[in-house]
Design a protein around this ligand. Structure first.
Ligand code: WAQ
Ligand code: MG
Length: 273
């Protein structure tokens, strides 16, 4: 092999994406960006996950393994904390306070909660302007954030930090990676997310200033739908969608992961800085 060829085959990154369904209904998904040498191991791990999911064993598993032509952009994760929210009502009030502090209107946040609670689960995220007007090109499907991952070293650091908080699970790690990619885009002001897993009752909101804020008891146990809303401002939606869907991004640095705090604690901590 010539030296050039050797160099070009080294460190090739692959996007590996998995989607599992049962009788046509979505059960689980996972994705990451991996070194070529890790791809087979990951395909096996994803397959096992799809076959073991709490929503039932998949009868169809789709896997995409795609060599990335572009070098992934390296980013740091959003800082993480958990709010001491008690019930869905308390969550909503807190989410409104946090998101309106970033310039999003209360009406838009109300509209996002309403849309995420009507029982239709979209595959991707809604895009809303600060007034709550929907801007995504496909209103049924939404926009999927894809082609993101985390380096091995950062993944180990993240697992350690989350482990101390007893939070070292796929749901937290994958949501944090997704949100960290999305919120690197200058058009994003905030996000609201509710899991579609019936037993996963913790959601989150994001703002640039406060980072990734987990919201326990955002929904009652047993509710099988959820969704995501990105609040956006100024700029070309087309370019944003392209970034969210196509630009490969790797988290390679982990910002602080904090335990449970109150809303006042969140606001005070920042204003003291
Ligand atoms: N891009 C955009 N939207 C997505 C994507 C994606 N890649 N994947 C899922 N969604 C949308 C879709 O509407 C889902 O129904 C909804 O988000 C929720 O997805 O720190 O598990 O994968 O403990 O169910 C939050 C973790 C977990 C909170 C969120 O989301 C924490 C979760 P799920
Ligand atoms: Mg889910």
């Amino acid at each position: 092999m010539s030296r050039n060829r050797a160099a070009s085959t080294r460190n090739r990154n692959y996007s590996v994406r998995m989607r599992a369904s049962k009788q046509g209904l979505h059960i689980s998904g996972a994705e990451g960006i991996y070194d070529r040498n890790d791809v087979t191991r990951i395909v096996q791990a994803y397959t096992e996950r799809a076959l073991l999911h709490e929503k039932g064993r998949a009868d169809e598993i789709n896997m995409i393994i795609e060599e990335l032509k572009e070098k992934p952009r390296r980013i740091s994760s959003l800082p993480l904390c958990t709010l001491n929210t008690r019930n869905p009502d308390h969550v909503k009030k807190s989410a409104i306070k946090i998101l309106t502090s970033a310039g999003i209107t209360e009406r838009a946040v109300e509209e996002a909660f309403r849309s995420l609670n009507i029982g239709i689960t979209m595959r991707g995220a809604m895009l809303m302007d600060i007034e709550g007007v929907r801007l995504e090109p496909d209103l049924l499907r939404g926009v999927r954030v894809t082609r993101m991952g985390i380096t091995r070293v950062a993944a180990a650091t993240l697992s350690k930090k989350l482990g101390r908080l007893d939070l070292n699970n796929f749901a937290v790690k994958e949501a944090l990676i997704l949100a960290s990619k999305a919120h690197k885009h200058p058009m994003l002001l905030g996000e609201l997310c509710i899991s579609d897993d019936p037993s996963y009752t913790t959601g989150y909101v994001v703002t640039r200033k406060y980072g990734y804020i987990r919201l326990p008891r955002i929904k009652k146990r047993g509710i099988p739908y959820g969704g995501r809303a990105f609040f956006i401002t100024g700029g070309e939606v087309k370019d944003l969608v392209k970034y969210l869907q196509k630009t490969p991004v790797l988290v390679n640095k982990i910002r602080p992961c904090r335990g449970t705090i109150s809303l006042n604690g969140l606001f005070e901590r920042k204003s003291r800085r």
